[in-house]
Design a protein. Structure first.
Length: 563
């Protein structure tokens, strides 16, 4: 580090982040190089998939059975193995809509609603009106049907703004289910307890799959083929993720940022957890590697702006990133040179990958996304330098950029093949409603749980909580309650924007130039929101890695599921 980093008269807003907790654990991972064993496992997967297909075809004549079988496939985390077949089956179930309107089985009605809404079909919540009593409430008789109550609770998390019947359903089921776990037997008790802590729709797919596998195994009526396939698939994916984490950890160790830039967060493993939440499927290995590296460098840049750089230094760094030219290096302080060179080298690596795929134009979008992020960081730096506390609206306009989700979405699109076009990049940069919703969830979740740590630091920018308190003259608790309500509203907006496009919805969900993003594109934005919902539920477990985050990483990347 250059001498400017050691000047005793330079005040730096140090955060004193704790060091990495993983050591060389992932660096020392030994990949399974037994090709014969891997070939055997892949063969088993294909055999099991054929058995699952056979079973699904057998249930085709019974819509309720088929719906429950598809639900099991999805919750066990193996839906991606049957994506096209499930999509076709759900289209057929949707086309039989009238028969579902006439179905008086509460559990099946709730399951149908949730699974079809998840697929993007605009199923009306009026399907539940027949289950209301004379006072337009859900009858107490439903309390005796716990699976139906649980199904309705999960379905209500896919509601839109203004769907009063689902607001009522969520209040009713949440209240009744709270008192039940101690009265239920396994595995239903575990299902209820987990759902109350983490509704399935807002959970991370791999974490939810790992948990559901353990529950499904206890169900006497479970399908043994599905269970075996789910376990095998999970463990094989875990092995792939371990190999990627080893490669990324080696790249990070060679950069030696922990020694060269000790003021910044050393969170390469936690960053990979974040990205695996967005893309877990095996075919997206390159996307995970690129996103993880960009996230790691971005985290360092964030800490330079927030926890180390002086205002004068930040002016120089912002200009250097705007120019994106190696010739800017000599103008930077020594510690900034380290990060800037790493940033340029990483994007040269990305540019080479894109050129090999004939999509060089995508790198320009990635660079612009980084510039958008850094411009927003610098606006916050100017506010802090001037001692200015913005209005809540001013803060959110910049805060939705500094949360990084526009940038991450652009980076997530880099390796998606032909499904992502130039229009998709323009759409993301235009700030469409679904990306705005994900960014609101990210920004406000972060600010709500991170406020106590930030308050302990001197010379820190006001968060959304402080901005709202000052502008509206309310208490901290009142401000947090309002921001949580806004997070909930953002989820409703996200749900609305995940509908399949139709004549009535196209205008609402389109962005730049009328682009209508496919489901595969929207799913990554949804997963970004899910990461925040899980990882920032109670505290910022990226900055302050606690037992919950450690248990998540252990379950996804360290401990295989016993066969």
């Amino acid at each position: 580090m250059g001498e400017e980093g050691h000047e005793s008269n330079v005040h730096r807003p140090l955060a004193h982040f704790h060091p990495d907790i993983w050591g060389n654990q992932f660096l020392l991972h030994s990949p399974d190089s037994d090709e014969a064993r891997w070939a055997s496992m892949k063969g088993q997967v294909e055999q099991l998939k054929e058995k699952v297909r056979t079973k699904r075809h057998e249930t085709a004549s019974n819509s309720s059975e088929q719906l429950q079988f598809i639900d099991a496939i999805q919750r066990l985390g193996i839906e991606y193995q049957f994506e096209e077949e499930i999509s076709q089956a759900l289209q057929k179930l949707h086309d039989q809509h009238q028969s579902w309107e006439d179905n008086d089985h509460f559990y099946i009605a709730a399951l149908y609603f949730r699974i079809l809404r998840q697929e993007g079909f605009g199923i009306s919540s009026e399907i539940f009106t027949k289950f209301l009593d004379a006072e337009n409430n859900f009858g107490e008789s439903l309390v005796n049907d716990v699976p139906a109550m649980l199904a309705l609770y999960e379905a209500a998390h896919l509601r839109f703004d203004g769907e009063n019947i689902l607001d009522l359903a969520l209040d009713f089921t949440s209240d009744r289910l709270q008192s039940l776990p101690c009265k239920l037997s396994s595995p239903l008790a575990e299902l209820v307890s987990h759902a109350l802590l983490q509704p399935n729709w807002r959970g991370l797919p791999r974490l939810e799959a790992r948990h559901y596998i353990s529950i499904y195994e206890k169900d006497p009526s479970h399908n043994s083929t599905l269970l075996k396939l789910a376990k095998l698939d999970f463990n094989m994916l875990q092995s792939l993720h371990k190999e990627e984490l080893q490669e990324i950890s080696l790249w990070w160790k060679e950069l030696d940022f922990a020694r060269k830039l000790p003021f910044a967060r050393d969170r390469i493993v936690e960053g990979y957890f974040w990205i695996a939440g967005v893309y877990f499927e095996p075919q997206y290995s390159l996307a995970r590697k690129i996103m993880s590296k960009v996230t790691a460098i971005t985290s360092i840049i964030d800490d330079i702006y927030d926890a180390y750089g002086t205002f004068k230094e930040l002016v120089i760094l912002t200009e250097a990133i705007e120019r994106w030219n190696v010739g800017c290096i000599n103008q930077l302080p020594d510690y900034m040179k380290i990060c800037y060179v790493a940033l340029l080298h990483l994007f040269e690596e990305i540019e080479e990958e894109m050129a090999n795929k004939g999509t060089s134009y995508r790198t320009d979008y990635a660079k612009e996304a980084m510039k958008v992020l850094v411009r927003a960081y610098f606006v916050e730096a100017k506010w802090l330098h001037r001692g200015y506390i913005p209005t809540f609206e001013e803060y959110m306009q910049i805060g939705l950029a500094t949360c990084g989700y526009i940038t991450l979405t652009i980076i997530a699109f880099l390796c998606r093949g032909d499904i992502v076009t130039k229009e998709a990049f323009d759409w993301a940069l235009s700030g469409p409603d679904i990306l705005r919703a994900a960014s609101i969830i990210c920004r406000l979740r972060d600010d709500i749980v991170g406020r106590k740590f930030e308050q302990e630091r001197a010379h820190i920018l006001a968060s959304a909580v402080e901005c709202y308190m000052k502008q509206h003259r309310v208490s901290e608790q009142q401000a947090c309650d309002e921001l949580r309500r806004q997070v909930e509203d953002a989820w409703l907006l996200m749900n609305q924007n995940l509908l399949k496009p139709s004549a009535s919805t196209s205008a609402a969900i389109s962005g730049a130039a009328g682009f209508l993003p496919p489901k595969a594109v929207l799913l990554r934005v949804l997963n970004l929101a899910r990461v925040m919902e899980v990882a920032y539920k109670h505290k910022d477990e990226y900055t302050h890695v606690g037992e919950t985050r450690k248990s998540y990483i252990n379950s996804l990347f360290i401990e295989p599921i016993p066969s």
